[in-house]
Design a protein around this ligand. Structure first.
Ligand code: G3P
Ligand code: CA
Length: 318
């Protein structure tokens, strides 16, 4: 416990490269993170899961289906196919059922939905051998950038939950992920770069229980993503945002800030959060400059962006 080293890296609203510059390159690839940095983002955002052998990887979904070629590979590998689980008429391949070295055999790709990259967009043509990175490799992007340029670009890892495990197992998985994340940030190879003293680390989760767990282990600032999820074990997410002093104070008891869905980031919510001393970061904006203007005028402290060049451009012009 103790006083958190809260506070943004810069004294202006931060632009966070959401899953890297995922509007331009496949999300959660080293190439997408590096592009986010080149476009001026203040932070890069990896979502995290633990593999079967306990290694942290950057991935958004708890399954490998949407953003890798696992379905094609599993069709030729009976041992992999056997590890798939039939859910809702589909064969799903969960990240926690595969070892890191197996996941490295996969090709990472864009999910291709609205707001995300597509091959042929001028940034890639669809033939590049993108990979699923480890968390350590994401940290290395930030660390190497600092060593090469002297410029600090922060990291903003999210401890992702899975609904595919029973509640007790899901919470144990989250706690193990928090332990692994903090251990990786403190690895001696970074020389203290991610110890929080530079304001270059935020840790986020939708699950209050894991933030309350982490609060006793670290002084790094914690960001509560404001969906109502008792424990991440299959409850449908409900968008919400505190608009009363009591609700904001409850969040401030274990977090230094909140991450709010743009649909819920009203002036009342932002005011209540600020009154309680909470930072407010909004997710997720894409390529519409007017959206950035709107939330920056409402006084948010940061924006998760798939198109960091657009967010940085608007922010810097204000
Ligand atoms: O972490 C903020 C935002 O990224 C939450 O949404 O689903 O993109 O992780 P998601
Ligand atoms: Ca996220």
């Amino acid at each position: 416990g103790g006083e958190a080293a809260a506070g943004p890296l810069v004294d202006r609203p931060i632009i966070i490269a959401h899953r890297g510059a995922s509007g331009y390159l496949p999300e959660h690839t080293l190439e997408a993170y590096r592009l986010g940095i080149r476009q001026g983002a203040d932070f890069i955002e990896p979502d995290l899961f633990l593999t079967r052998d306990g290694k942290l990887v950057a991935l958004h979904d708890d399954t490998l289906n949407a953003t890798t070629n696992i379905e094609a590979l599993a069709a030729t590998r009976p041992d992999w196919f056997a590890r798939g689980r039939d859910v809702g008429g589909r064969r799903l391949y969960y990240v926690f059922d595969f070892d890191f070295d197996e996941i490295r055999e996969l090709t990472a790709r864009s999910r291709g939905t609205a707001g995300y990259s597509r091959p042929g967009n001028g940034f890639y043509d669809g033939t590049e051998p993108f990979r699923v990175p480890s968390f350590a490799e994401v940290l290395e992007v930030s660390y190497d950038h600092f060593r090469e340029t002297g410029q600090v670009v922060g990291v903003y890892p999210e401890l992702k939950f899975t609904s595919a495990l029973p509640p007790a197992d899901g919470l144990a998985y989250l706690r193990a992920m928090a332990d692994a994340t903090l251990a990786e940030l403190a690895d001696p190879r970074w020389g203290g770069f991610f110890d929080g003293s530079r304001g270059n680390v935020f840790i986020q989760s939708f699950i209050p229980a894991v933030l309350q767990y982490a609060r006793d282990l670290t002084t790094l600032p914690l960001i509560a993503l404001t969906f109502t999820l008792p424990n991440g074990a299959g409850f449908p997410p409900v968008p919400t945002c505190p608009t009363t002093p009591e609700a904001a104070a409850a969040l401030a008891s274990f977090a230094q800030g909140i991450g709010v869905n743009a649909a819920a980031a009203t002036e009342a919510c932002i005011a209540a959060a600020h009154e309680a001393g909470l930072l407010v970061h909004v997710y997720t904006l894409t390529d519409r400059a007017e959206d950035y203007r709107l939330f920056l005028e409402r006084g948010v402290d940061g924006i998760f962006s798939n198109h960091p060049d657009i967010g940085v451009g608007v922010r810097n012009a204000l």
